[in-house]
Design a protein around this ligand. Sequence first.
Ligand code: C2O
Ligand code: CU
Length: 482
Amino acid sequence: MKSTFTPALSRRGFLAGSAAAGAAVSVRPAWADTTTPFTLRAAPGRARLVPEPWGETDIWCYGGAVPGPEIRVRQGDRLRIAVANALDEDTTVHWHGLRVPNAMDGVPHLTQAPIAPGETFTYEFEAVDAGTFWYHPHQRSFEQVGRGLYGALIIEEANPPRADREMVWVLDDWRLTQEAGIAEDFGGFHDMSHDGRLGNTVTINGRVPDALPVQAGERVRLRLINAANARIFALDFGELAPQVIALDGQPVTPHAPQHARGWVVIGPAMRVDLMIDMTGAPGETLTITDRFFSDRNFEVVDLAYSETPLRDAPPDWDMALAPNPLPEPDLARARRHDVTFTGGMMGGMVERQMGLSGSGGMMGGGMMNRMHDGGIWFVNGMAAEGHILDPMLVLERDASHVIAMTNATAFHHPIHLHGHSFRVIGRNGTPTAHREWQDTVLMAPRERVEIAFVADNPGDWMFHCHILEHQAGGMMGVIRVA
Ligand code: C2O
Ligand code: CU
């Protein structure tokens, strides 16, 4: 298992050290204090993403670090967060996956005026659902998130399932130069029309990680958050048998990862909560490998077992999480809506193969028609420019809705809806085993996915691909709940 990850900045390029992956700073009490809002300051900064002999990297970040401060409150707490913009450009903060009121959703122009340089905007909302969430800008996110503006937002259950330890891993993928600077080629046409901005350096909590110490027999709750612009991970945990207990923050019946080979697949913006029993032997080392691109496997992190076991056999504690207060869609009465995604390199070919009209897609039948209006990706034939859009769908409030989505492109897309969680009820006509609640669903090329939810949160909500270069290339729309 050799890393083929390029260039020299893969983990194997460095000497092993002893420190754990930089732990995110948690400042719990302040976040839930409604008298003095906590200030989250977006500003340029520096971070040690990669070890010596490389230098620090100039980034943009919250609170002087990447990831930004871990926001951690209890379910039902009220959050009041003042976002101060010390960048040279407008920004906003979106609370990804949280069911907040529309005015707090952080979408520039659509739900608020962008926060200008030097200005502050205070967000205030209740933590309705427990789970693993994150925050990031929604203004030019392909660059602002790509430079390091993001952080974890953890909402604790009143009664969490028992574990010996919890870890939060915010995954990112950076495109660095040989001097460990951020490559400045944001928004390039090739990235936009293919897989997005894939990088060459994967970090956990803002660092290329050293080996993480674990103990034989311990049970760890691992909260994975994918903050990368474009990289989809398929994490191979080797001989470990992680159990999925939540997806996108929402509890799911504990189950082995559904990938045929047991890999944990996590697209951009998605979260997966795992329970992992450390079943290896004292003194052993286990490597976690990303295998999403079969020709570009690479080693993400090593787990190093200490010499002393914690216990001899895995505990038999219950793993199930209590459900969040989500309204259950009534499938028999749900209104149906169709959404088709087209475009991108080779998109015209896929559309023809799928029996669609071949309307969009670079290098496809419709390329010339499409080039002149600037879009690369299309949602029901429209490419978005900016955030002020006529709604592509208007959903009756408090009614149940099914959206049948078709990915008529040659690429994967993690499709995100703001303001709601939805059940993923079917893939390619087959009901899903767990009817999982998600806010971001990964669609494979040519895949058809059906989602269902009650449109109970009024307002105009973004609906977009979370490969941020695809979003910038038009793969975005507005769904109105009225
Ligand atoms: Cu995480 Cu519209 O975004
Ligand atoms: Cu996409």
